[in-house]
Design a binder for this molecule. Structure first.
Ligand code: ME8
Length: 514
C-alpha cells in the first residue's frame, strides 16, 4: 500500500464572545475547499478548526451574559460546531482551548521557552485593546484608539515577557529563505517591513483577570491569550505527548487566517516556535475582509451577515460557490445581493446546470437513456474540448496550491463555456435524424466533459456534484482525481434515469424568478 502524503491545514480558532458570522464561515470555507481538494488528490489530510475560549474579551462577554466563562464558552462553542454542519465543512478535528490537554500542551511550551531563557519576569505599562486582545504603545495609537479603531485601556501590572526582539534577524532570514511562507505578496511586504522596523519584547502574561491558562509555577499569572491560542495548532496533534500525529503532520502545510491576524501568525508564532526549537509552519495565507453592500460590517451598524441566513436564502452550494468565486482570494470583497443572484443564475443555473440538463435529456430521450460509447477517434472539435477537460486538473491544482481559489473555479468555468459552445455548434438535437451515430459521439464527448467537471467541483459544491455524478451513474469509488482525464472516461452501456435539474434559478421569497 502506498502511503498518502500528509497535508495539515488549519483555520484560526474563533473567539467565542459572539455567534458565528460571515468572516468565520469564509475562513473555514476556504480551508474546506482546499481540504476536500487535497483528499481527492490523494493526500492524507488533517483539517483543523476550533474555538479560542480564554482571555479578557471572552471573560467580559460571559460577565455580560450573566454567567461564568466556563458555561458561557460551552454554549457559544456549540454554535461554532453547529455552523460546521450547516456549511458542510469536512474538518477532521475541532479543538477547544479549554480542553485539559491544551492546558498541558501550552504549559509545556511555556516551560520550554523558559528553560531556554526566552521568558523573564518584568512589569508591563502600556495600552491594551480587549477587542483585539493586543498590546499597543502610545505612538501606535490613532486618535486615542488602537489602529483597528478598537478602544484601549491603560494596563500596569507585573508580567512575563518573551524576548521577541531577539528574533528579529532570524525571522527576516526565515522570510527570505522561504519566499512562500507568507502570502499574498503584498501582505508579506507589510510583515517584513514591520519586523524590519524593530521588535519589542512581548508581554505574555496577565494578572488582572484569571480566565486563562495559569503560568507554570506562578499561578498569579494567566498566559497571554495569543500564546495560548496559537499553541492550539500543535495541541491538536498532541505534540506534548510525543504523539505520532505530530511526527506525521507537523509542520503545518498551511495556516489560513484573516488579514487582521496575520502578524500573530507570521511574527509571534514562528518566533515562539524558533525559541522552543520546534519546526515552523510552511505557509500562512491572509485573506481579505467582506463588506456588506459597500459598508464595513459591524454589530453597531446592524449589518452583520449571518451564514445560516445565506444558506437558507440562497442555498448551501450556491453560497459556498459565491464566496469562493466572487472575490479574488486574498483581496477584500463586497457582498452584493444582486451579484449573488447573478452568479446563481448565470454560472450555476445557465452555464453548468443547462449544460448537464440538456446533455442528459438528449441521452434520455434520443438514446433511450443508454450512455453512448466514448468515440475511439475524436473529430477536431471533440478533441479540442476533451483536451481542455483533460488539462484542467493540473491547471486547477496549481491555482489551489497558491490559494487562488477564484482562479481555480474560473478555469473550470472556462471549460464549461467551451462545452456550451460545442453543444451549440454540433447541435446534437438536430443530428438525431441526419446522423445518429455522430449524435451519440457528441453526447459521449459531452458526458465525459461533464464527468470531469463534476469530479472537479466536488470540493466546492459537494452536494450538487454528487447529484450530478449520481445521474451520470459514476460509482462512489470513481470520483477522485485518479480517474480524471484518460484514466477514467465515461463508461457506456448503462441506462440513466430521467434527468433532474441540479442548479435551480434563484427564486425570491415571493416565488418569483430573477
Ligand atoms: O481572531 N470578512 O478570532 P475571531 C472576512 N481568536 N473575514 C472576517 C471578517 C470579515 N468581515 N470579520 C472577521 C481571532 N473575519 C482569534 C484567532 S488563531 C490562533 C486565534 C475573520 O473570532 C478574521 O479575519 O476574531 C479572522 O480570521 C476570523 O474571521 C475571526 O476570528
Amino acid at each position: 500500500m502506498t502511503m498518502n502524503k500528509p497535508y495539515y491545514l488549519t483555520t484560526p480558532i474563533y473567539y467565542v464572545n459572539d455567534k458565528p458570522h460571515i468572516g468565520h464561515a469564509y475562513t473555514t470555507l476556504a480551508c474546506d475547499f482546499l481540504a476536500r481538494f487535497k483528499r481527492l488528490d490523494g493526500f492524507d489530510v488533517m483539517f483543523l478548526t476550533g474555538t479560542d475560549e480564554h482571555g479578557q474579551k471572552v471573560q467580559e462577554a460571559a460577565n455580560k451574559a450573566g454567567t461564568d466563562p466556563r458555561s458561557f464558552t460551552d454554549s457559544v462553542s456549540q454554535n461554532f460546531r453547529d455552523l460546521l454542519g450547516v456549511m458542510n465543512f469536512s474538518n477532521d478535528a475541532f479543538i477547544r482551548t479549554t480542553e485539559e490537554r491544551h492546558y498541558r500542551s501550552t504549559q509545556t511550551l511555556w516551560s520550554r521557552l523558559e528553560e531556554r531563557g526566552h521568558i523573564r519576569l518584568d512589569k508591563y505599562a502600556g495600552w491594551y485593546s480587549v477587542r483585539d486582545e493586543a498590546f499597543f504603545t502610545e505612538t501606535e495609537l490613532v486618535d486615542g484608539k488602537a489602529p483597528t479603531g478598537a478602544p484601549v485601556e491603560w494596563v500596569e501590572e507585573p508580567s512575563y515577557f518573551f524576548n521577541l526582539s531577539h528574533w528579529q534577524q532570524p525571522l527576516l532570514e526565515y522570510y527570505q529563505q522561504n519566499p512562500d511562507f507568507i502570502a499574498p505578496e503584498g501582505r508579506k511586504k507589510e510583515v517584513i517591513s514591520f519586523v524590519s522596523s524593530g521588535l519589542r519584547d512581548l508581554s505574555v502574561s496577565r494578572t488582572t483577570f484569571d480566565w486563562g491558562i495559569p503560568v507554570p509555577k506562578d499561578s498569579a499569572h494567566v498566559m497571554y491569550v495569543w500564546l495560548d491560542a496559537l499553541t492550539n495548532y500543535i495541541t491538536a496533534l498532541d505534540w506534548h505527548e510525543g504523539a505520532e500525529a505530530f511526527e506525521k503532520y507537523w509542520p503545518a502545510d498551511l495556516h489560513m487566517v484573516g488579514k487582521d491576524i496575520l502578524r500573530f501568525h507570521a511574527v509571534y508564532w514562528p518566533a515562539f516556535l524558533m525559541a522552543a526549537e520546534l519546526p515552523l509552519p510552511k505557509r500562512v495565507f491572509a485573506h481579505g475582509w467582506w463588506t456588506n453592500e459597500g459598508e464595513k460590517i459591524s454589530k453597531s451598524l446592524g449589518n452583520v451577515i449571518d451564514p445560516l441566513k445565506l444558506v437558507e436564502e440562497y442555498g448551501l452550494d450556491q453560497t459556498r460557490y459565491f464566496l469562493m468565486r466572487e472575490v479574488p482570494f486574498g483581496r477584500d470583497g463586497d457582498f452584493v445581493r444582486d451579484q449573488m443572484i447573478q452568479r446563481i443564475n448565470s454560472d450555476l443555473a445557465n452555464d453548468i446546470g443547462n449544460l448537464a440538463q440538456r446533455t442528459l435529456s438528449l441521452v434520455f430521450k434520443n438514446l433511450d437513456g443508454v450512455i453512448p460509447a466514448f468515440p475511439k477517434k475524436l473529430q477536431t472539435a471533440d478533441a479540442a474540448l476533451i483536451e481542455a477537460a483533460d488539462g484542467l486538473l493540473d491547471a486547477v491544482r496549481a491555482e489551489m496550491d497558491k490559494q487562488a481559489f477564484h482562479e481555480a473555479l474560473r478555469l473550470v468555468w472556462e471549460v464549461i463555456a467551451k462545452a456550451n459552445r460545442y453543444i451549440d455548434q454540433t447541435a446534437p438535437w438536430a443530428l438525431k435524424k441526419t446522423d445518429p451515430a455522430r449524435m451519440a459521439e457528441v453526447l459521449a464527448v459531452l458526458l465525459e466533459t461533464i464527468r470531469q467537471v463534476a469530479i472537479l467541483i466536488q470540493p466546492i459544491m459537494p452536494v450538487s456534484a454528487a447529484r450530478l455524478l449520481d445521474q451520470l451513474l459514476i460509482e462512489e469509488g470513481a470520483r477522485d482525481f485518479a480517474v480524471i482525464g484518460g484514466a477514467g472516461r465515461i463508461a457506456s452501456g448503462q441506462t440513466i434515469a430521467r434527468p433532474e435539474g441540479v442548479f435551480p434559478r434563484f427564486m425570491d421569497e415571493k416565488g418569483e424568478e430573477h
